[in-house]
Design a protein around this ligand. Sequence first.
Ligand SMILES: Nc1nc2c(c(=O)[nH]1)N[C@H]1C(S)=C(S)[C@@H](COP(=O)(O)OP(=O)(O)OC[C@H]3O[C@@H](n4cnc5c(=O)[nH]c(N)nc54)[C@H](O)[C@@H]3O)O[C@H]1N2
Ligand SMILES: Nc1nc2c(c(=O)[nH]1)N[C@H]1C(S)=C(S)[C@@H](COP(=O)(O)OP(=O)(O)OC[C@H]3O[C@@H](n4cnc5c(=O)[nH]c(N)nc54)[C@H](O)[C@@H]3O)O[C@H]1N2
Ligand code: SF4
Ligand SMILES: [Mo]
Length: 748
Amino acid sequence: MTTHSTACILCSRNCGIEVDVEDGHLVKIRGDEKSPISAGYLCQKAARLDYYQNHDERLTHPLRKKPDGTFERVSWDTALSEIAAKLKQVRADHGGKAFAFYGGGGQGNHLGGAFSSAMLAAMGSRYLYSALAQEKTGDFWVNGRLFGHQTCHITEDIDHADYVLFIGTNPWQAHGIRNARDVVRDLGKKTGRKMAVIDPKRTETAALADVHLQVKPSTDAFLLSAMLAIMVRDGLVDEDFIRERTTGFEALREVLSGIPIEAFVARAGVPMADVLKVTHDFAKAEAACVRIDLGLQQSLHSTLNSYLEKLLFLLTGNLGKKGGNNFHSLFMPLIGHSDEGPKNLRTVLTDMPAIGKLYPPNVLPAEINNQHPERVRALFIDSANPMVSGADTQAYEAAFKKLELLVVVDVAMTESARLAHYVLPAASQFEKWEATGFNLDFPENGFHLRKPILPPKGECLPEPEIYGRLLEQMGELPARFPILEQIAKLDRKVPQLGLFMAAIGAKLARDKKLRRYGAHVLYRTLGRALPEGAQAAAPLWFLAHGYVKRHRAAVERAGHQGRGRALGEALFQAILESSSGTLLSRHEYTDTWSFLRYPDGKIHLEVPEMLAALRALAAEPEPDPQFPFVLIAGERRAYNANTIYRNPEWRKKDPDGALCIHPADADALGLADGDRAVCRSARGEVEVTISRSDTLRRGVVTLPHGYGLQYGEKTSGPVLNRLTDSNHRDPIAATPFHKYVPVQLQKC
Ligand SMILES: Nc1nc2c(c(=O)[nH]1)N[C@H]1C(S)=C(S)[C@@H](COP(=O)(O)OP(=O)(O)OC[C@H]3O[C@@H](n4cnc5c(=O)[nH]c(N)nc54)[C@H](O)[C@@H]3O)O[C@H]1N2
Ligand SMILES: Nc1nc2c(c(=O)[nH]1)N[C@H]1C(S)=C(S)[C@@H](COP(=O)(O)OP(=O)(O)OC[C@H]3O[C@@H](n4cnc5c(=O)[nH]c(N)nc54)[C@H](O)[C@@H]3O)O[C@H]1N2
Ligand code: SF4
Ligand SMILES: [Mo]
């Protein structure tokens, strides 16, 4: 038996874990107390990670689809040379934009993304589709407008806040914040700190809150605009902050002054007294912050919601201070900035621009399944399973069958992989060097480079090898760079001299085409000089230098030392050496202002599209009564973890992913616990098992996401996205309205 430090890969927190490994199994998993980020914290899901590492649907060899629809085993050389030939043919016949890439990283594996993104460059396409663009792009768009750049992402300093407002998020189950259960439990103790929750369900988090505003689903835009209007009416706005830090408040004030507060609060279905209390307590708290997630981002008015929740902390002056909301640094560039001008490449059929350099999964089926000469014909999917996780399973199924080339890179035989022409087996996150790019904390931000703790199964390869070999087959990348390799070896002995930096800089200046393959060049040069086979970590050297350039003082405060370039080297070295993760930076609260990207250094509160959407709210019709229930399609529960765990045996309870319904609603339909029922939307239907729960409002039902996965011959739980429609989406970001799916129910 051996013991190793690594991380849990099931959610964005990537808590540090210590694992005992025996005979290829993760036999015992403990929280890693040496982690500077999670400090030993774990939730119940992590203990069962062996179900991710070892199961019957793990891929072990490259597979090629035969004409009869079954797969045959082929060698890596065969698979990659055939894929390369097909890609070149598509590029020659239809142009590179006939190629799209979906995914490139899941909940914990973002190192591979540095290498897979080269595929787009090689093809000359920018169509990067990502799960982030089915939840967060409305938020990124608003950030671009308010703060001047779509990468200005907000975090919340819950540990130091006196008042925390959770909207549309259940950290108890979903986490998303550091050591969530400890933090929420602590807030729930009557210690003088307060928390309020806005959620249609009395979640575990809501049950601990001082006030729970149990809103009607998808009425947050009404509720939040009423709260903002109350702030204006009752003199709760921080006028000094508005004057010093913002522009455009007058236009906003005018719209907010016209909000019919009583009518909007009534529409949200919550008591006015509670709304007043939350608004006043939030505004008057010494330090307050807002934490949001899918309940706001995947419900009606998604992008508008992202604007309104930010106004809560902006109008009360809670940005850029201890216990408030703040910007954070990013070590890995998970998103970029997409200019809204004509340079932004729009999709052919749906006319969608990129936001944060990402395209929304909701438009992909339409972009494939059409007769336009410039349609998407070749697709790579990596670390994602859109057949199950994308809205509108039926639309994906029809679209994927039309593709001339579908390649899936995954660790398991997924529903998407079953439709592919080639399936390429990736080494699991415990079989390779890996890291998360979800380092979104402030004032302290950390990074954890994880070492492999097991050898790859069968012929599995890490992503840097898969994509590197493919680029070689395409004639895009040489296998070796002998001179740079030599210099890298020398450089590692005396990195302070910056020999390698000078050499690679000169090489890339001479050979401009190579620049797009920077991660691969580093992998093949510096990577070979790194200790312990840490080849895949080579791009982190570049990122470390970039990070130091932007945040030198904060990096020094985190304890790293070095003059000039040496600080970047020291940071990189610390990352390489710390098996439980390292602190990257320790910011001061006032640093927040340096993240703002408008040349005037201000927050631009006036966003015309958002003000128009606010004005339009009052005239919005009430929901269609044809469907008596609103389904919240995709709840986080104790036993789901996206589509990462495939073997259903990992679950200790809720094997069917039951539909939760209020007992009075269940009685009206004659439904007892455990009964089966058909849940029908305008798009499709699924069979469900009933679970009665008085934590819900009347008329609201919920289903978990991440079920409906095939394992052997069995599929456990509903294929939720058979109910959702890719056209039921936000007008700006095209994010799906998963939290508002009108449905009917009928006992089987
Ligand atoms: N256990 C578990 N944890 C996970 C995941 C998982 O699959 N399982 N997935 C991870 C991922 S990818 C993500 S993005 C996060 C998501 O994390 P969360 O967004 O926190 O999780 P959800 O349960 O999807 O939604 C949060 C809450 O929104 C509420 N809600 C629904 N509709 C509305 C509404 O109209 N208004 C308001 N105010 N609230 C509403 C729901 O009742 C729910 O309690 O979780 C991560 N963590
Ligand atoms: N109706 C509804 N649909 C939803 C949601 C909802 O709430 N409701 N939630 C949405 C959200 S927020 C998200 S983020 C998405 C998530 O859905 P996806 O974007 O599909 O991502 P995951 O489910 O995390 O799937 C990850 C895939 O990566 C594979 N994988 C694991 N490790 C590796 C690795 O090292 N390399 C490679 N190449 N592959 C690996 C897994 O086997 C799995 O197939 O689902 C979305 N779908
Ligand atoms: S909070 Fe997330 S990363 Fe941490 S143990 Fe739970 S699932 Fe894993
Ligand atoms: Mo997500």
